[in-house]
Design a protein around this ligand. Structure first.
Ligand code: T5A
Length: 216
């Protein structure tokens, strides 16, 4: 067990491969015996999953951007207190499929609410807890969308927001990721196993404990 857990987040545009990479990381951590927990945002908790349904329901097409933001943050307040903090206190790796960077990119830039305002409100929701590392899977928005379509995924309310919106989100990820040290960009255009290898390498070099020692 590590002394205080590690908070890791996977981010990227729709269909970038976050869920696929999360599963591969979980398989690896299970294999080498690293205690962990995986959860997705919005969601993870009972109230968060209920909020997710409202957020993604295509019938809410006229939802104001401010409502969307506050719902995301309501779900996050529960996510942090019910899932993330207890997992870290247990000394485990907390792996989240999306977190605050999604809000900066989608609501701050995509919905044009402004990143600074979104950051302030997010700080209240999280109580100031931030990830130790956010891995941004880099992929053009239209490639991610094409992957989703070929897998037969239906278009939820946010996915249906249009190419202009998703291009803005993709550009925001690139810009925001370049600003902060606790973010790393990984090329996600290759096959899943190669992307996984890159993420593992990154984790082993950034966090020898627990990743490199577990490989042993
Ligand atoms: N949102 C979320 C906000 O607006 N603000 C916020 O603050 C937060 C937290 C959540 C929605 O909420 C928004 C963003 C989203 O619109 P979601 O379902 O969690 O929805 O997000 P999506 O990105 O839509 O999730 P997906 O599951 O569709 O995408 P993933 O997880 O990135 O991709 P994945 O792994 O499911 O892969 C998609 C397809 O591509 C294939 C997979 O097999 C699958 O078929 N694939 C690959 N194909 C080729 N090469 C690879 N390397 C591949 N990796 C995966």
């Amino acid at each position: 067990m590590i002394e205080r857990g590690l908070f890791l987040v996977l981010e990227g545009v729709e269909g970038a491969g976050k869920s696929t990479q999360a599963r591969l990381l979980v398989d690896w951590m299970e294999e080498v015996g690293i205690p962990h927990r995986l959860a997705r945002e919005p969601g993870g908790t009972a109230v968060g999953e209920a909020i997710r349904e409202v957020l993604l329901d295509p019938r809410g097409a006229d939802m104001p951007a401010e409502t969307e933001l506050l719902l995301m943050l309501s779900a996050r307040a529960a996510f942090v207190r019910t899932i993330v903090r207890p997992t870290l206190a247990d000394g485990r790796v907390m792996l989240a499929d999306r977190f605050e960077l999604s809000t900066f990119a989608y609501q701050g830039v995509g919905r044009e609410l402004g990143v600074e305002q979104v950051r302030e409100l997010n700080e209240f929701a999280t109580g100031g807890l931030h990830p130790d590392l956010t891995v941004v899977l880099s992929l053009p928005a239209n490639t991610g969308r094409a992957r989703q379509l070929s897998s037969g995924k239906y278009s939820d309310r946010i996915e249906a927001a249009g190419a202009g919106f998703h291009d803005r989100v993709g550009a925001a990820y690139a810009e925001l990721a370049a600003e902060e040290e606790r973010m790393a960009v990984v090329d996600a255009t290759d096959r899943p196993e190669e992307v996984h290898r890159r993420i593992r390498e990154l984790l082993e070099s950034r966090f020898p404990e627990p990743f490199a020692t577990a490989r042993g």
